[in-house]
Design a protein around this ligand. Structure first.
Ligand code: FAD
Length: 407
């Protein structure tokens, strides 16, 4: 909900054309684009710089997203250090089936851990382009976004006092647990939500992957996934009941289940190692529609969540940020409001397309373990079709890589 204006005697009198809430991939990209267009902005972030530069999460970037960062001068670190992925492998019925999407399309994925991208974006915005970020802020609230004089207030970590920043626009980029979504919905937007009814234990292992491509294990015990994240770390996922606790998954149980669910004839053993992160995700998606109201524009996970089923979230966050950063810069430098007017519609086209693909892929991952022989049978039919029908393979590759012309 939008809060009423703070008390007029509030000590702070800061003013910026744009306040960006949240220093994740979306917020930092919006802020970087504004600075590049000589539009001043302030980024407010609840965590410390040290924390956000180390928080492990995503790692797979689609080619168009990397090209988009490159065109905007934000990809130099990434292009030097990112790995390239050209295939993924499904394991089912005790056999391995490789899907060579680069051979089919000429396109690939980039693998670049999210903390490295965030580090690059913070550096570019704050150290190179001289932008301001206030870290460690508390109790952020959004005010008066239905007027042309919005503001954002927060509690200062050093003094404990409330500060107010006045602005022309607020970019709500504060992720799934931020405050800006609540400032928009429910009065100005509808939230569509989908629950998958399954949990995933998200794991980060200190061990190289035994091969540098992604593995999807479709098994009657539940889905298992393996995503390489660099020379020293690998992300794994294990399907589990929703609401399960990471405490129920000691080291031995994790590796036993990973070995079992990712087993296939004639494949090398998994490289095991200590588990650096063990986190439970109850898989769900949501979409806020429209993504803007008045002077408040949402971007990234603040506006839409896609469960990490198809590795789409960070890509969507970047897509929104390219459009929003450029639309705000155009309006604030030339008065051209076309980008802002069409922002939500332009973002949501790709968002809904990726949501639909995630649902399709979720059924492939989870159908075999649903306990329903009908769903298990249709899951295996989908997988067999993928490896026998060139049309099905082309369609999967297009969606997996996010390359459709219609997007
Ligand atoms: P965030 O990265 O969440 O950034 C929001 C920022 O706002 C954070 O720094 C947060 O601290 C800050 N914040 C929160 N509340 C406030 C507040 N009130 N005031 C100020 N600041 C605030 N996506 C992919 O594309 N590929 C993948 O392979 C992939 N794997 C994933 C694996 C896991 C385990 C998870 C959890 C996610 C994965 N994702 C993946 C999704 C991806 O991480 C997110 O979609 C992405 O981080 C969204 O970026 P964002 O900038 O919108 O939000």
């Amino acid at each position: 909900m939008t809060h009423p204006s703070p008390h007029p005697e509030s000590p702070s009198r800061d003013r910026f054309p744009v306040v960006v809430i949240g220093a994740g991939p979306a917020g930092l990209t919006v802020a970087g684009l504004l600075r590049a267009a000589s539009v001043d902005c302030l980024v407010l972030e609840t965590e410390s710089r040290h924390f956000i530069e180390r928080r492990p999460r995503a790692g797979v970037l689609e080619e168009w997203a990397v090209r988009g960062l490159e065109q905007r001068g934000l990809a130099s670190g990434l292009l030097e250090r990112a790995g390239r992925q050209t295939l993924c492998e499904f394991r089912f019925d005790d056999s391995a089936h490789r899907f060579h999407y680069t051979a089919l399309t000429g396109r690939h994925h980039f693998v670049y851990p999210q903390p490295l991208l965030v580090t690059d974006l913070v550096r570019e915005y704050a150290d190179v382009r001289g932008g301001e970020i206030r870290f460690g802020v508390r109790d952020v609230a959004v005010h008066d976004t239905g007027t042309d004089r919005p503001s954002v207030s927060y509690r200062c970590p050093e003094t404990g006092r409330r500060r107010v920043v006045h602005c022309d626009f607020v970019a709500g980029c504060d992720g799934a647990r931020g405050v800006s979504r609540a400032a928009l919905a429910p009065r100005h937007a509808r939230i569509a939500r989908h629950d998958y009814g399954v949990g995933w234990l998200a794991l980060l292992a200190e061990a190289p992957a035994s091969a540098d491509h992604v593995l999807f294990g479709v098994h009657p015990d539940g889905f298992a996934g393996r995503m390489p994240r660099g020379p020293r770390t690998t992300r794994y996922y294990l399907q589990c009941p929703p609401g399960d606790s990471p405490d129920n998954w000691p080291h031995e149980r994790v590796w036993t289940q990973l070995r079992r669910r990712l087993a296939a004839a004639d494949t090398p053993p998994l490289t095991e190692g200590p588990l650096l992160e063990k986190r439970m995700l109850d898989l769900h998606d949501y979409v806020v529609e429209p993504m803007a109201s008045g002077r408040l524009f949402l971007a990234g996970d603040a506006a839409h969540l896609t469960a990490p089923i198809a590795a789409k979230g960070m890509n969507l966050a970047l897509h929104d940020a390219f459009l929003l950063g450029e639309a705000l810069a155009a309006y604030l430098t030339t008065g051209d409001e076309q980008g802002l007017t069409g922002y939500s519609r332009a973002c949501l086209r790709r968002v809904w397309d990726y949501q639909e693909f995630s649902r399709w892929l979720a059924e492939v991952y989870h159908g075999a373990a649903s306990g329903d022989p009908y769903r298990a049978g249709t899951t295996l039919a989908r997988l067999r079709r993928l490896f026998s029908s060139p049309t099905a393979a082309a369609s999967f590759a297009e969606q997996y890589l996010g390359t459709g012309d219609h997007l």
